[in-house]
Design a binder for this molecule. Structure first.
Ligand code: ADP
Ligand code: MG
Length: 423
């Protein structure tokens, strides 16, 4: 029961980290903190129980396990609620198992948790390497405490045994190794998630920059009109009955400029990670409004055909980001101009949004490569737009389907689960 058990314990530590990353991390980082704490607490407690149920030994009489690792990790990464509940589970389970060593646990692990809690603020601020160091120091502290306690409780004749030294050495080494593996894995996974978010932001900034030029262009028109009228007012006497009409025209033009700016800003605003109920038709018309100036510059007409009362529950600004990416791609696929049609309708329990262009289209091979990072056939392309879209839509449990024919055009369909309680 030596090495196999040790490997089993390492598996107990690593497996929850992977499961957490695959199934929970992304959703939980965005959601309310409570769920994060609950899930981390549950994972850590389960790990503690598994580790304690399958302890290991290399020397007869000296049994040990890795229970301190989930405790330290949960405390450091999630704070006092997760830490203390894991501690409670640890102590209760140790009590339930019974036997002598209970008091070792009862005195040692609260101290370890307390010290870990003291380190939390510093840990949060630290860089990756510094975090590893802090976790390693905690592991050193925890193994020293456990060893000290074991030493105090050992029967008199065993104390001077060489065996104890060997045990102490192995125990500390395994604790340090275990904690290092755990922190290293977690940190790398966190880095990945953050990079994904960074890419999303960067791609949005890029699209915003491209649209900004056309938005500015579009605003200039109303301003020119208004300036013209103002010059008229300044230079010559305008008949009173005309004045009202002119002022109306100026106000209309200014309102239009204001609308363009506010549409653009809804897209540009920093993202808040929340879902809300949105009316698809209204949202699409607004986005089409932002895109119109851009499309006009490239000789593309945009048509929208949307059913009323289609509701989705999702993040408004991410939805705009996806739609703008797809519509921009459509416009860019028609260098000679054409039409871009955006449709939205209901199909059983889903809402389908179609973006159809009459552009250059793609071959089957090209379609297969869509969504891969940095795949772009454009001189100034980022090759990230579609990847970001796909990821966002997958996170909403939706699908993207693509049909395309060379020189005929492309047809993107986004299929998203409709909000069931729609009115
Ligand atoms: P980018 O637009 O920066 O090139 P995307 O991820 O948005 O990156 O698109 C990747 C590639 O997919 C594009 O370079 C283009 O070759 C192809 N593509 C995407 N949408 C269309 C479309 N509607 N018609 C033709 N090709 C498209
Ligand atoms: Mg693009």
């Amino acid at each position: 029961m030596g090495i196999e058990r040790l490997l089993l314990n390492i598996l107990f530590i690593i497996l929850p980290i992977f499961l957490f990353q695959i199934f929970f991390a992304e959703k939980l980082f965005k959601g309310p903190k409570v769920w994060y704490t609950v899930v981390v607490g549950l994972f850590a407690s389960a790990t503690v129980i598994l580790c304690m149920t399958f302890p290991f030994t290399f020397l007869p009489g000296y049994i040990f396990d890795m229970r301190s690792i989930p405790l330290i990790i949960a405390t450091l990464y999630c704070g006092y609620k997760a830490g203390i509940s894991t501690l409670a589970v640890l102590i209760l389970y140790r009590y339930y198992v019974g036997g002598e060593g209970f008091y070792t646990t009862f005195y040692t692990y609260p101290i370890i948790t307390a010290v870990a809690l003291i380190c939390v603020p510093r840990f949060r601020r630290a860089e990756k390497e510094k975090r590893e160091t802090i976790a390693l120091w905690l592991a050193i502290l925890s193994s020293s405490l456990v060893l000290l306690m074991t030493l105090l409780l050992l029967p008199e004749e065993n104390k001077i045994e060489l065996k104890f030294v060997q045990f102490a050495f192995e125990y500390s080494l395994i604790q340090l190794g275990g904690i290092w593996i755990a922190v290293y894995l977690i940190e790398n996974m966190r880095k990945n998630i953050m990079m994904q978010q960074e890419i999303q932001r960067a791609e949005k900034l890029y699209a915003m920059g491209e649209l900004a030029a056309s938005v500015a262009h579009e605003i200039r028109n109303p301003l020119t009109v208004v300036r013209g009228f103002l010059q008229l007012f300044g230079r010559q006497q305008i008949p009173v009955e005309k004045q009202g009409d002119y002022i109306d025209i100026m106000l209309k033009e200014l309102n239009r400029a204001e609308e363009i700016i506010s549409d653009y800003l809804t897209f540009a605003r920093p993202q808040i990670e929340s879902r809300e109920r949105i009316e698809v038709g209204e949202q699409i018309r607004q986005i089409a409004g932002v895109m119109t100036s851009y499309a006009l510059l490239k000789n593309v007409d945009i048509y929208t055909e949307t059913e009323d009362h289609l509701f989705l529950e999702l993040n408004r600004s991410k939805f705009s980001q996806c739609m703008i990416n797809l519509m921009k791609n459509g416009v860019e696929a028609m260098p000679e101009g054409g039409t871009l049609t955006v449709r939205a309708f209901r199909q059983d329990k889903d809402v389908v949004i179609e973006i159809i262009d009459t552009g250059k289209g793609m071959s089957q091979e090209e379609i297969k490569r869509l969504g891969n990072p940095f795949y772009s056939t454009k001189e100034k392309g980022t090759g990230l737009g579609l990847m970001v879209c796909y990821r966002i839509i997958e996170a909403w449990e939706g699908k993207v389907e693509v049909r395309s024919e060379k020189e005929k055009g492309t047809h993107f369909s986004i299929i998203l689960p409709a909000l069931s309680d729609e009115l």
